[in-house]
Design a protein around this ligand. Sequence first.
Ligand SMILES: Cc1cc2nc3c(=O)[nH]c(=O)nc-3n(C[C@H](O)[C@H](O)[C@H](O)COP(=O)(O)O)c2cc1C
Length: 441
Amino acid sequence: MGIFDLNIVQNTEREDNKFRAFALSRRCPRPLQDAFARCNGASSIRGVHPRVQSSAKHAGNPSMMDKQSRLFAPVEIRGVRIRNRIVVSPMAQYSAVDGFATDWHFAHFAKFAMGGAGIVFTEATKVERRGLGTVGDMGIWKDEHIEPLRRISRFVREQGAVPAMQLNHAGRKAGTYKPWDGFGPLDRSVPVEGEEHWPVIGPSAVQYLEGWPLPREMTRADIEEVKANWVKAAERALKAGFDILEVHGAHGYLIHEFLSPASNKRTDEYGGSLANRMRFPLEITEAVRRVWPDDKPLFFRVSAVDEGGWTLDDTVVLSRELKALGVDVIDCSASGISIRSPTASRVAPKLGFQVPYAERVRKDAGIMTMAVGLIVHPRQAQEILEKGQADLIAVGREILYDPFWPAHAARALGEDADFRTLPVQYGWWLDRRRKTGYVEE
Ligand SMILES: Cc1cc2nc3c(=O)[nH]c(=O)nc-3n(C[C@H](O)[C@H](O)[C@H](O)COP(=O)(O)O)c2cc1C
């Protein structure tokens, strides 16, 4: 079957579903799978019929997204093929030792890859020790950190998912107790889990909340040093086998602190106007992009709005600048500059409460977006993609509850009649059981 036939096959919904099942199955030859991937959102369209356009190109044009926006449509961003649109959102585990990933991390990430996710993100991995949120944060500030991370990325890839790493620096929010130990600032008069305390820096000497440490305002030398550490961290992430990198520019951490007028009171070229407040985040992104290979995607997580004066219009401006620097996806979260993050809050937000941010950025900055925040139902996720509100769906707490959420979603959406979303070690048996006539409730 050729690519022209493929267009005909896409004519009806029923046939399309049938064909998708075949294209995703192990029976389908790889070249045809690749062509199918491109038809469903490839950003690389080399060698494919001109009618088949990229998802990035159509970002913001929902009418063009019909055939490429479904939850289980593969997508290719730069040289990386992603089997579906489901992303495990970065989630700190507070279980590292001196920044090293442990067996907990291996098991944690492994099960999401086995569960069928398209991309598995590590937690916010710290680019330098000064950027540690708590002593349990994972880090990549020394070469020794690479090996256990490589073991994780290798297994994630073996399971068909794309290993991705989020990089971060906690800035003025550095030095906190673990959530279940109160989540407050560390008492610096006593040792913490046998570790030495670390200094707290930020764009300006402005506390996060009352009772939190007063950060030391970063000098120009600090700015250069932190930038250099981001670059070294990106280089180590590459050595550790990751295919996607995300710059954490949200939730009140260092990069967001430069962006937001609430935390950035500088009077030099890194503070004041929007252009000046964006300077440090853009410089970091540019430096990271320079060492991150051209064929690997770069994501950027924003707090699309915050409580300190950062607006959605600012995010659109920032996203356009990031796109020009080679960022591929804007991951649209929110807040955290001077309140607790929505996940730590006790107020229940609405389903998909941050989706409008992803939609606006996608439309007005013409860049692919990832939606996140209480996306818990397969049909809800599917609809977000079908309406052209986002290109990828990040799932956080729900996937902690059900690491096999992607496999279950595929079944719920009628996309996986014979359990092929699962590893063959599981799927073969379940399919065998199905063939005996067993019917799920
Ligand atoms: C345990 C936990 C740890 C988190 N750690 C991070 C993190 O390291 N980096 C980040 O950008 N967001 C982090 N988040 C936020 C999630 O990535 C996500 O944006 C948030 O949970 C909302 O999505 P959800 O409603 O699907 O959980 C964390 C959330 C949870 C629950």
